[in-house]
Write a protein that binds this ligand. Structure first.
Ligand code: MSP
Length: 679
């Protein structure tokens, strides 16, 4: 039988900066879905990548003093870049597309020409409101209080010759697609799209630019580059070989499913289907718009600078713990508040206490009471097998005592044997959180089962209770086996380790066997391993996270910042009115109750001591300055500070290093006499 095929994608991310936990969230969710489909026997194509063109990247590269290509290369393939991050997070993508890849560039030129030739792309004048950080154009009516509806920043008027895509032509078809099919999920996003974008009237879409050069050139009209959304959205098909020779499996994979954040649902559910209609290609099977991870109630974003670094979290808590937290805590379709406290709590409660303890207690009891190997025949009795089969078929979790078992055995068996059904139902609806909740209900029940059966009491009389104890252990291992198989898409490394420890063979680690109670051999051997999920000391971890975030912030700051020179000119006469003099330090003292001020007694060449207060205590010790010749402006009006009078100001040079202000007094050659005029 031919395998079912499943094609799934993440958005292609902007490499304008390092990726953060929000991007990781979407990629981990897509990975879990891809792994789940592989587990169920599908052939899977999982695509992710980077969206590398556009004005913002051009600007960022200029700021960094490198070419745009060098800039994106560093973020994508450089150390701790995008590729490294997905490797670290154990992402199982089959392909990775960069929009600067040659094959994609040629394909976009062909796609653009195709749409131009069929009359859906035409030339006009673009007038609109442009939000630079978001690289989005908005109509007046879409602005919120005159600002960008996505990020709330100022927008600019923009006008230029440009090509347009006849989006308006497809408005009715797209509306039908959204309203009358399950194309867009969650369903709540459909109203948003129809009411906010389609009903007010879909305008044609500007698809080329002349105001920047970092983009794919329109080959039949030099000076125009393809504006980002045509370039970006087409990645989903160029990566399969559409309009290029790099790959040849477009027909076998397309159409697929797109996971995207809610802010780009508009592009994926309106523009993308319209583009495909224009090209005469099949539409995506589905677009799922997931929610945002919020930080302090607001969206995490690179342009706002309030981002959480997935590297720090994965290195501190482990990749699987981070993956698990992301999908266990937040319902995929809604927003959720990210916090380090919630992450630690989830690790400690679900992974360390519930799953970790169940595994280590069970495996160590099998070691202690049976030398690591259960006696043959301890597996399920006939009635239990029938009962389990029935539960799996009817998806029943109600116990009902049946002959041959005890009530708690049957309750556990019923829950575990039917788990795969409930899990599958949740996974097919992209409800990762619900799938995990179902697994953890079974894990909770198994922990309770240990307490109910008190194996340590049974073990006191092995002769009488040995077979019962072995059966209890078997039930626990079997429950762990089923849960571990179903956890594989979420925590691949740890789930494999659970399966190893409970002695599961390959056949009893499969999707089919996750729906069968009793697949483990009766005389199995457990293999003890390390504690999979150690408890996290919350206070210590939070302190370390704060320190790591601080260090990362510092490392990201520029080495040297110098204030830009003033544009405004000052006339020579005004300049000459400032009286700069050499002054010699006769005495220098800290000022009581002030961390900043030093009080100087200076010889200014007039024969009368001059007192100047200067806020430089952070950089100088008073005793080091006595005897030095400095530069001061001496005709400023007197000023009172901390009750003392200051007559002038010492001149120093200031700059910023790694975010810290640095100050150096102008120390003059000692040969210069006090009072000498500077000019
Ligand atoms: N390049 C476009 C997408 C083009 S797809 C053809 C883009 N890139 S992006 O770098 O801004 O990434 C956006 C995606 O990253 C979101 O749609 C979402 O999947 C993910 N996230 C970025 N920040 C996020 C949160 N704070 N929370 C959850 N996901 C977030 O848009």
């Amino acid at each position: 039988m031919e395998k079912r095929r499943f094609y799934i994608t993440t958005p292609i991310y902007y490499p304008s900066d390092k990726l953060h936990i929000g991007h990781t969230y979407c990629t981990v969710a897509t990975d879990a879905m891809a792994r789940y489909k592989r587990l169920t026997g599908c052939e899977v194509m999982f695509l992710t990548g980077t969206d590398e063109h556009g004005q913002k990247i051009e600007d960022k590269a200029k700021e960094a003093g490198v070419t745009p290509q060098q800039y994106v290369d560093n973020i994508v393939t450089g150390p701790r870049g995008v590729l490294d991050l997905w490797k670290l997070m154990n992402i199982s993508n089959d392909r990775f597309i960069r929009t600067t890849d040659d094959y994609h560039v040629t394909a976009i030129q062909k796609i653009f020409k195709k749409m131009h030739d069929n009359g859906d792309i035409y030339k006009g004048i673009y007038k609109g409101k442009y939000c630079k950080p978001c690289e989005s154009f908005w109509t007046e009516s879409q602005l919120v209080e005159g600002k960008c509806p996505d990020c709330g920043r100022e927008v600019q008027d923009a006008e230029e010759e440009a090509y347009f895509f006849k989006l308006s032509k497809y408005a009715d078809k797209v509306q039908h697609l959204l309203e009358d099919t399950d194309f867009l999920e969650p369903r709540s996003r459909v109203n948003e799209m129809v009411n906010n974008f389609i009903k007010p009237g879909l305008e044609d879409l500007c698809v080329s630019r002349t105001s920047f050069t970092w983009g794919i050139p329109v080959d039949f009209d030099p000076g125009h580059v393809v504006y980002v959304w045509v370039d970006a959205l087409s990645n989903y098909i160029t990566a399969l070989g559409y309009c290029n020779d790099k790959y040849h499996d477009y027909d076998s994979w397309w159409p697929g499913i797109h996971f995207v954040g809610k802010e780009i649902v508009r592009f994926h559910s309106i523009i993308w289907p319209a583009m495909l209609m224009s090209l005469g290609e099949p539409l995506p099977k589905k677009v799922f718009g997931h929610g945002w991870l919020l930080l302090d109630g607001g969206k995490m974003s690179k342009s706002k600078g309030n981002v959480v670094d997935p590297y720090i979290l994965a290195e501190m808590f482990g990749v699987d713990a981070l993956r698990f937290f992301l999908l266990r805590t937040f319902p995929f379709g809604s927003d959720g508040n990210f916090s380090n406290e919630a992450l630690i709590q989830t690790i400690n409660v679900d992974l360390a206490n519930d799953l970790g303890n169940l595994l280590s207690r069970t495996v160590s009891m099998v070691g202690k009471y049976f030398g690591g190997q259960l006696p043959a025949g301890c597996g399920p009795i006939e009635e239990e097998l029938h009962f389990a089969e029935g539960c799996a078929k009817r998806n029943c979790i109600g116990a009902g005592v049946e002959p041959g078992g005890t009530a708690c055995d049957l309750e556990l068996i019923a829950l575990a044997a039917s788990l795969r059904n409930r899990y599958e139902d949740a996974m097919e609806h992209f409800a990762f959180q619900n799938a995990l909740t179902e697994i953890f209900k079974v894990i909770d029940r198994a922990n309770k089962y240990i307490d109910e059966n008190a194996p340590w009491v049974l073990a006191k009389d092995m002769e009488a209770n040995g077979p019962r104890l072995a059966h209890v252990m078997y039930n626990l291992l079997e429950t762990l086996r089923i849960c571990a198989i179903l956890l594989t898409p979420f925590i691949p490394t740890s789930a494999a380790e659970v399966l190893r420890q409970v002695g599961a063979c390959e056949a009893c680690s499969s999707w089919d066997s996750a729906g069968q109670w009793g697949a483990l051999a009766g005389d199995l051997t457990v293999r003890r391993g390390e504690n999979l999920f150690p408890r996290v000391d919350a206070d210590k971890a939070l302190r370390e996270l704060e320190a790591a975030a601080e260090a990362a912030k510092k490392a990201a700051l520029p080495d040297l910042e110098i204030e830009p020179q003033l544009e405004e000119k000052v006339d020579f006469d005004t300049f000459c009115k400032s009286d700069f003099r050499a002054v010699k330090v006769k005495d220098c003292q800290p000022v009581k109750k002030s961390d900043k001020l030093l009080k100087f007694t200076l010889d200014d060449g007039t024969g009368t001591d001059r007192q100047i207060l200067s806020g430089i205590a952070k950089w100088y010790k008073p005793e080091d300055l006595v005897g030095k010749t400095l530069m001061a402006i001496v005709n400023l009006p007197p000023r009172k500070m901390m009750g003392l009078e200051s007559n002038g100001m010492l001149i120093s040079a200031v700059h910023t290093e790694k975010g810290e202000e640095q100050l150096n007094l102008l120390i003059l050659d000692g040969k210069i006499p006090a009072g000498a005029k500077m000019c």
